[in-house]
Design a protein around this ligand. Structure first.
Ligand SMILES: *Cc1c(COP(=O)(O)O)cnc(C)c1O
Length: 371
């Protein structure tokens, strides 16, 4: 689905030197590379605080811990997302409240959020799925009206822009009270292992987040509350710092591939190409088609036989996952999510395509679809 080796070949000298430097300095944990990267990411995002951590799942967990959410508090999130979003809610004994998504953008539906609010609701976790922003103007309005926290799950849309109705342009992940991201290798800004970060513009919250990732500690060996150990290591930070400088270029390459795919599939009635909402751009973490009257398993087998990867994100909605079965929910409750999970397919998208390869992918898809 991605070409991490091809991408590495283009930045190999810089990356190898940066890794060597960390090893030579033996500043493996909390070294200068980590603070340098955090500062550079802060500037890139235009956010006041970036707190690095060990992975994107931790970022979400730490966000909820720092907001002091209590068992039984309800947290509203999307039924169509990666499991991590709901997993940390459940792990902290908070109550995940799932809502359906918009059929066009696949992002959480503001109307559905509003309908799901109860006196126990404490937070909303919008996921900027596949690389475009959820409707943050409306989500922030709802949050303000009902005094709720907003934690953006920005694992898939780092670098995307959101433009508010008043013209204010901000980076995804910097609009809610807290933003979370992942540097998993295949993410738009990926390291060579695990990594994550938490963003906020709130000074007091930043302090609390920094303590939470560091055992609830501010003064060494004095622990004010129960925290976790969640760190980004220096080697990963050094690699991320190099790739951050290329993040916009990488997004352009992904958009180029997406536009190529869009043109190729425009006339195909059995494939709906991804649509971008007016208030966001798209960084295409995934390129996801909605199929009609197509056997996806057969299409995937056809592509695999031609040496082309494809994937289904996500085949099972959250409310139908074995670990999350809940008497509150049943099959049929989230029709848009359920339709998507049965009909979407994602094609390879990354930074290293040439036209010839894109042509090969699209003609292989169309060959199956039009046969
Ligand atoms: C990748 C991802 C995460 C988790 O990130 P990890 O670094 O793998 O823990 C969380 N939410 C979404 C939407 C993701 O895509």
């Amino acid at each position: 689905m991605v070409d991490l080796y091809g991408q590495y070949q283009k930045i190999k000298p810089e990356v190898d030197a940066a890794i060597s430097e960390v090893i030579s300095n033996t500043t493996f944990i909390n070294g200068p590379a980590v603070s340098r990267f955090a500062t550079n990411l802060q500037h890139y995002l235009g956010v006041k605080h970036v707190i690095p951590c060990a992975n994107g799942t931790d970022a979400l967990q730490v966000a909820m811990m720092a907001l002091d959410l209590q068992p039984g508090d309800e947290v509203i999130t999307s039924s169509f997302t990666f499991i991590a979003t709901a997993e940390v809610i459940a792990l902290l004994r908070l109550t995940p409240v799932l809502v359906d998504v918009d059929p066009v953008t696949f992002n959480i539906s503001p109307e559905a959020i509003e309908r799901a609010i109860t006196p126990k609701t404490k937070a909303i976790v919008p996921v900027h799925l596949f690389g475009q922003c959820a409707d943050m103007d409306r989500i922030m309005d709802i949050a303000k009206k009902h005094h709720l926290f907003v934690i953006e799950d920005n694992a898939q849309a780092l670098g995307a822009d959101h433009t508010s109705a008043n013209g204010l342009k901000r980076k995804a992940g910097t609009i809610g009270h807290i933003g979370c991201t992942s540097f998993f290798p295949s993410k738009n800004l990926g390291c060579y292992g695990d990594g994550g970060a938490i963003f906020t513009n709130d000074d007091a919250l930043a302090e609390r987040l920094k303590m939470t990732v560091n055992h609830g500690m501010k003064v060494r060996y004095y622990h004010d509350f129960v925290g976790v150990n969640s760190r980004l290591d220096s080697i990963q930070a050094a690699i991320l710092d190099i790739k951050l400088k290329k993040l916009d270029e990488y997004a352009e390459a992904r958009r180029y591939a997406a536009n190529f795919y869009n043109r190729a599939f425009a006339a195909c009635s059995k494939l709906t190409t991804p649509q971008t909402a007016s208030f966001t751009n798209h960084v295409f973490h995934q390129y996801t088609l909605v199929t009609k009257d197509i056997d996806r398993q057969e299409l995937m087998a056809h592509l695999q036989q031609k040496g082309i990867a494809s994937a289904i994100y996500y085949p099972v909605p959250l409310h139908l996952q074995k670990a999350y079965l809940d008497p509150r929910y049943k099959d049929g409750d989230f029709p848009v999510t359920e339709h998507l999970s049965q009909h979407v397919i994602s094609l390879p998208i990354h930074t290293e395509f040439d036209d010839e390869t894109l042509e090969y992918v699209t003609s292989s898809v169309l060959e199956f679809v039009n046969r």
